[in-house]
Write a protein that binds this ligand. Structure first.
Ligand code: ADP
Ligand code: MG
Length: 726
């Protein structure tokens, strides 16, 4: 039988560009066409109900129960007009993905007739069986009642997939005893906590605002490969990552892919998913090729964090589904290919007021920047004190392969501020002078003025896991496939905690001033800031985060370098975390997250190990043995005396096969032993360290075999085919 790879070659040229799956339209005209947005609501709802819904959208009040039926009716009419037949509460359980359960809009109207119906009760609450969602021991299965509740802060939308059209109602998910079972409730609570802390700060420093929220712009990296080639790789099919694969002679070293012209086929794909993204109200803006071959990026314009996160989860789903239409496969995994750049989800995060001020942009409040200095100080302190927790929040088996690898941030969490801001802070911390200094900071007459900080690309450190970029922070360590909800929740929680602690001390200094002047305020703030800046100084790093020297330096500074996520997860139940999460998640809820993350981590490595065993035994070994037999036959014919080098080759192959078989045994043994470990914590460590180490060994020997065995026998598409034949 012909090698399936060669059959693919025989297919001739790659499938041509898929065209005509959508009609191009002007962006502004199609934007939000599948969203139950303000314009639609204003048209369809009585005024007082519309006002109630908008207030709920802004988080100012709850939906009045007596309005629910009217709102549901309007939604149903609108959705049916767009072809919807079903509705679904759309929520984010702790699997990291989204979940939905569709119900048709039908009810009996006569013994043999149905009508389309959707009630306020159905809109407001759903009751999916919770027993199959991870709860980390929060709830035993016999009491598995879980509830979903409409979250009006996130817009209702219509989702089209195949011939199915569904009205989706973004929802939160909790157990019947009120425990939080999703990623959304903690995020919303962390926003509230940060809102309260920052409003307290703004009141003190005299900046007008009624509400504060974080903004988020997510740069999504991904790979796109040909679907037919992918279907020949069980590993890509099941987990989106290649567990074997030798380096191709040409990888990414020529850097000819970055910002290169996008191939027609890929551009058609991008345009297609961007079109639907627009209809769903996702403001996708930027697209380009990334550094690795077949790697790309899409980035929307930033939004409020909760909207940005919902949109990112929708966008990832959309990218996967649209790829199928184009006979492509979208790989969102953090590290699909060894020795080739991995994919991140750079999370650009800032804090904004309802009055339109970006609080992390000092140029927006040129005459009054005390809040900016306090926020920066609080953020540095938060990252310093909770770096292990941040590491846990971005942790996964998949991201472990990426962190510290090619052009990826290391597992050490540090902050890059840029020379200008660094200068400003050093000035305060070291000199502590209260007069105008020669440098770029002045704070006389009680005015703290930070000059406009450069937002220029040249002052950027692209190696930093957490970098200030002039008006926002870029958290680069977040992995491409993960939900950004937990990292952002953690960030909000720890920053709110630090802001509150700093304010406690500032207010203590001000207790004898009823109405402090600007100068008195600065007088009260500076010593506190100075103390915190000194305390957290070790977290600031300006050099090359990819260098070995930094690993040593970080060690001297006492910064954690947690290369395996499994060691970071315990930070979720640390005392410090429980304190910072007050009002967001309780200790048992944090414990459940620890358990779920560890469990998912173990399962991922287990699946990979099983895949390796299976692929090696049933695909690679037979190919290697076949080639071994060919070589042996040929040597027998010629005689090994006449062909000493060929004999050497056979020996090398035989040794390679033996080595791989030995490594296979080791994987099987350690897998079996690790699965037997009772304690979750110890099992996690066994998988993170022992199982993955043995898997690495097996991979190495298999990748070596790939360079020896006859190409015509090798059953798995090679890196050159996956990366370049698209
Ligand atoms: P790059 O980092 O590739 O140079 P940009 O800095 O222009 O690109 O933007 C990256 C992302 O940061 C975009 O999604 C953008 O919308 C987002 N962004 C810009 N300003 C803010 C902000 N104030 N808050 C959150 N995200 C922002
Ligand atoms: Mg960026």
């Amino acid at each position: 039988m012909m090698n399936p790879r060669f059959q693919l070659y025989q297919r001739g040229q790659q499938p041509t560009v898929t065209k005509g799956t959508f009609t191009q339209a002007i962006a502004s005209e199609k934007f939000g066409a599948q969203v139950f947005n303000r314009t639609i609501m204003q048209k369809m709802l009585p005024k007082e109900i519309y006002v109630n819904v908008i207030n709920a959208v802004e988080g100012r009040e709850k939906i009045k129960p007596e309005y629910a039926d009217t709102i549901a009716l309007a939604m149903k009419e609108w959705a049916i007009n767009l072809g919807a037949t079903h509705y679904s509460h759309w929520f984010q359980p702790l699997t990291g993905a989204s979940a939905e359960k569709h119900d048709a809009f039908i009810d009996w109207s006569a013994p043999d007739k149905v009508i389309e119906k959707f009630s306020g009760k159905q809109l407001i609450q759903g009751e999916p069986d919770a027993s199959s969602f991870p709860s980390g021991g929060l709830r035993s299965t016999y009491e598995a009642r879980g509830y979903t509740g409409w979250d009006p802060t996130s817009p209702v939308f219509v989702w089209k997939a195949g011939d199915g059209v569904t009205l989706c109602i973004p929802s939160v998910f909790f157990s019947w005893t009120g425990e939080v079972l999703d990623a959304k409730i903690p995020l919303l609570r962390s926003e509230k906590k940060l809102n309260d802390a920052v409003l307290r700060l703004l009141k003190l420093t005299g900046i007008e605002a009624h509400q504060v929220y974080t903004t988020l712009g997510l740069e999504q990296e991904y790979f796109v490969i040909d679907r037919a080639w992918r279907s020949l790789r069980p590993d890509l099919l099941l987990i989106g990552r290649t567990v074997f694969g030798a380096n191709p002679p040409k990888g990414q070293e020529l850097q000819d892919h970055y910002f290169g012209s996008v191939k027609d086929r890929i551009l058609s794909y991008m345009a297609d998913f961007e079109h639907t993204a627009f209809m769903l109200g996702i403001p996708v803006k930027t697209r380009h090729n990334e550094v690795a071959p077949a790697q790309h990026e899409v980035a929307p314009v930033f939004e409020k964090s909760s909207a940005a996160i919902d949109h990112n989860i929708l966008l990832m789903e959309l990218m996967r589904q649209t790829a199928a239409k184009h006979q492509l496969a979208c790989l969102l995994h953090e590290k699909p290919f060894k020795d080739i750049n991995g994919s991140g989800k750079h999370s650009n995060w800032s804090i904004s007021t309802d009055t339109g001020i970006n609080l992390l942009d000092p140029s927006e409040t040129p005459e009054n920047n005390i809040h900016f200095l306090i926020l920066i100080t609080a953020i540095l302190n938060a990252v310093y004190e909770h770096s292990a927790l941040l590491r846990a929040a971005i942790g996964s088996a998949a991201n472990d392969y990426r962190l510290g690898g090619h052009e990826a941030p290391p597992a050490i969490i540090s902050v890059y501020l840029g020379n200008d801001l660094e200068g400003v802070l050093d000035n305060i911390a070291e000199k502590g002078s209260h007069t105008r200094t020669g440098s770029n900071l002045k704070y006389d007459l009680g005015l703290v003025v930070v000059p406009e900080l450069t937002k220029d690309n040249t002052d950027r450190n692209r190696t930093s896991p957490f970098a200030f970029t002039g008006n926002k922070f870029e958290f680069r360590a977040v992995g491409s496939s993960s939900s950004p909800a937990l990292p952002i929740t953690v960030l909000n929680a720890i920053v709110a905690d630090s802001v509150n602690r700093i304010l406690d001390e500032v207010e203590e200094n001000l207790k004898n001033h009823k109405k402090p002047s600007k100068a008195e305020l600065v007088e009260a703030v500076l010593p506190v800031i100075r103390k915190y800046l000194k305390h957290s100084k070790g977290v600031r790093f300006h050099g090359d985060n990819y260098s070995q020297a930094w690993v040593q330096e970080a060690k001297r500074r006492g910064l954690p370098n947690i290369t395996k996520s499994v060691h970071a997860f315990e930070a979720l139940v640390d005392k410090k975390t429980v304190a910072a999460f007050q009002g967001i998640l309780q200790k048992n809820e944090l414990q459940s997250r620890y358990e779920i993350l560890t469990d998912i981590y173990i399962n991922n490595i287990k699946i990979e190990a099983k895949l390796m065993i299976d692929m090696f035994r049933t695909q690679i070994l037979p190919a290697a043995i076949r080639y071994q037999r060919d070589l042996a036959d040929s040597l027998e014919e010629i005689g090994s005396k006449a062909a000493p080098r060929q004999n050497k080759l056979l020996n090398e192959l035989t040794k390679g096969i033996e080595a791989a078989l030995k490594n296979l045994d080791a994987v099987e043994d350690v897998l079996e032993a690790s699965l037997k470990i009772e304690s979750l914590e110890k099992r996690g460590v066994a998988f993170g360290e022992k199982v993955s180490e043995k898997c690495d060994d097996l991979r190495e020997s298999v990748d070596h075999l790939e360079t020896l065995v006859d190409d015509a026998y090798w059953p798995l598409p090679k890196y050159r085919e996956l990366l370049f034949l698209v």
